[in-house]
Design a protein around this ligand. Structure first.
Ligand SMILES: Cc1cc2nc3c(=O)[nH]c(=O)nc-3n(C[C@H](O)[C@H](O)[C@H](O)COP(=O)(O)O)c2cc1C
Length: 145
């Protein structure tokens, strides 16, 4: 099984989660590749069994780099995905991510969000205590057997 992860992260919370996710998937024997949106052409995304998109909310929207990337995806019909959203306010923006990917004909396997209550320059210090447990469940949900 192969998993391609596309993520954007300003303060490192998303990045930290992608690191953990990669570790866990590889423990399960899954080949993983991760990219930031500016590192890869959305029209030529590598073949994978599952795609993970991870984005913060900024200015009441999915961070522009990720939003634009997802909107430009091509030939993704019937491909499977998991989504991760980090946000400072109570509301999550998973529905907005879903809407874009559903329009591409993709199929959702899992969705997870984390409220980041405090932020700062220090890398990923404000993730909730149970973040690893919740990501472990996310990993199980995106496994294709
Ligand atoms: C410029 C800016 C705008 C933001 N706007 C929102 C917002 O509209 N709604 C929200 O819930 N969080 C907002 N946030 C908080 C981010 O969602 C939070 O910093 C991010 O999820 C942390 O993830 P990261 O460490 O991976 O960047 C904003 C943060 C920044 C820096």
């Amino acid at each position: 099984m192969k998993c391609v992860i596309i993520y954007w992260s300003r303060y490192g919370h998303g990045k930290k989660m992608v690191g953990y996710l990669t570790e866990k998937l590889e423990e399960e024997g899954v080949e993983t590749e991760s990219f930031k949106p500016d590192e890869i052409d959305p029209k030529e995304i590598p073949e994978a069994d599952v795609y993970v998109f991870s984005s913060p909310t900024e200015a009441f929207r999915i961070k522009k780099d990720m939003r634009k990337f997802m909107k430009k995806l091509e030939k993704m019909d019937d491909r499977k995905y998991g989504i991760i959203n980090t946000h400072g306010m109570k509301r999550n923006w998973l529905k907005n991510m879903d809407k874009i990917l559903k329009k591409k004909g993709m199929e959702k396997l899992a969705a997870i969000d984390f409220q980041i209550v405090k932020e700062g320059a220090e890398e990923g210090k404000a993730l909730p205590k149970d973040w690893k447990d919740r990501l472990d469940i996310f990993v199980k949900d995106i496994m294709i057997t």
